[in-house]
Design a protein around this ligand. Structure first.
Ligand code: SF4
Length: 411
């Protein structure tokens, strides 16, 4: 695989920060109804938080952070007996409620109830390293059938953002382009695709580092993200990009979030493409386009945009026309669109859609022990009245503080 050389200075740095972000992350439960290899939360069947506690956590978000939406995650949030009330509460406070689910417990009736309560979208976590009844042993191509089932379910109800995420391990990395291609075919009903590089604490790290929390040396074994076998936990977002480019050579990101330690690492790498239903991709918007969208949204709505309404995503043609003087990517979409439409003018009647592809590269432990987290982490959650990284919540839960890594050679 040829490594991708991507210059962060040529992309738009998403303006998301700790107090002002597109997203926040609420976990009403740690219970789950399936098992995922890459999960970082301990599955505790009776961990549903009472509604009062959930309300206090939303209060904390309101007090400390502007955000466009609140991702309701877990665990599996649909298992919470008051999930409809939670959605209603979030919507009433002016946030867009987005449910992050494996989909297993989602019925058409529940979907309609959640829509009535104000849910604005779903992110379905589906990948081949989950233990799902009926889907065991299926690869990512076969799982596209399950993805389509949920996308169609949402489309039937209408007005909901539909996103899919998949954890990327060494063995499903070659399948990433198949998901990207499938999503292009269904660009009218699939709005976001997210790939998250797999991370765990593997034996090699345990051998090379000592771990401290609150000044005490700690044993990591109680953490759910400690793996007993050696695996590749170093997949970079640019590795995922390289694999995508094997099939889509002009696939081009427009925006990113850097790491807290490395300004040129791509912890969140966003690509927005424009295309027509059936798989015709006409191009990729550039950094200026995304800068315009984020700043205008903030100017008028006082918060940065995340999970755009599907209605907005149908304006691929007019959006690119409007911003083509500003953005080279939008200009090239317009040029390709005109050539494509001239070959068959009936194509002028077809809408063009925007679709986002996000690649996430979670924590990296650097050789000197520094931990490169996502700078402007969108997925912060609440712990004891404070905002903390959701990917490492088990550490304060277990030790009262985040774990620091100290290389043994420095001791
Ligand atoms: S720091 Fe962790 S929780 Fe925050 S965005 Fe990155 S991976 Fe997600």
């Amino acid at each position: 695989m040829t490594p991708v050389a991507l210059d962060h200075r040529r992309l738009y740095r998403l303006p998301w920060t700790l107090p002002d972000n597109g997203i926040s992350w609420l976990e009403p439960t740690s219970a789950c109804n399936i098992v995922c290899v890459g999960c970082y939360r301990e599955n505790l069947p009776s961990s549903h938080k009472p509604l009062e506690v959930v309300r206090e956590e939303i209060d904390t978000f309101q007090r400390l952070r502007k955000s466009d939406c609140i991702s309701i995650a877990g665990g599996e949030p649909l298992l919470h007996p008051q999930i409809v009330e939670i959605v209603r509460e979030i919507a009433a406070r002016g946030f867009k409620p987005i449910i992050n689910t494996n989909g297993v417990a989602l019925t058409k009736e529940l979907l309609r109830e959640l829509k009535k309560a104000g849910v604005r979208g779903f992110t379905f976590h589906i990948d081949s390293k989950q233990f799902r009844a009926k889907w065991r042993g299926k690869n990512e191509i076969e799982l596209n059938e399950l993805r389509l089932h949920y996308a169609q379910m949402l489309a039937e109800v209408g007005g909901l953002s539909c996103a899919f995420n998949a954890t990327v391990y060494e063995d499903n990395l070659p399948y990433v382009p198949d998901i990207v291609e499938w999503a292009a075919r269904h660009i009218d009903i699939v709005h976001v695709v997210v790939f998250i590089a797999y991370r765990q604490i593997v034996p090699r790290l345990v051998e090379n580092f000592e771990f401290y929390a609150g000044g005490r040396k700690v044993d990591l074994n109680p953490l759910p993200y400690v793996a007993d076998g050696e695996q590749n936990v170093g997949i970079q977002s640019t590795d995922i990009l390289a694999v995508i480019r094997q099939r889509f050579p002009d696939f081009m990101p427009c925006a990113y979030l850097n790491g807290t330690e490395r300004p040129d690492s791509f912890k969140w790498l966003l690509t927005v493409r424009v295309g027509a239903r059936g798989g015709k991709i006409l191009g990729y918007v550039g950094p200026k386009f995304m800068e315009f969208v984020q700043t205008q949204h903030h100017l008028w709505k006082d918060r940065y945009l995340a999970y755009a309404h599907p209605r907005m995503l149908r304006f691929g043609r007019s959006g690119c026309l409007l911003l083509s003087p500003l953005d080279r990517g939008a200009r090239s979409v317009v040029a390709r669109y005109l050539t494509w439409a001239l070959r068959n003018p009936l194509r002028l009647l077809r809408p063009l859609y925007f679709q986002s592809v996000m690649i996430i590269q979670p924590v990296d432990i650097l050789e000197d022990g520094r931990q490169d987290m996502c700078d402007g982490c969108p997925d912060v959650t609440v712990w004891q009245g404070n905002l903390v990284w959701s990917c490492r919540l088990e550490e304060p839960k277990q030790y009262g503080a985040f774990v620091r890594t100290v290389p043994k050679c420095m001791l």
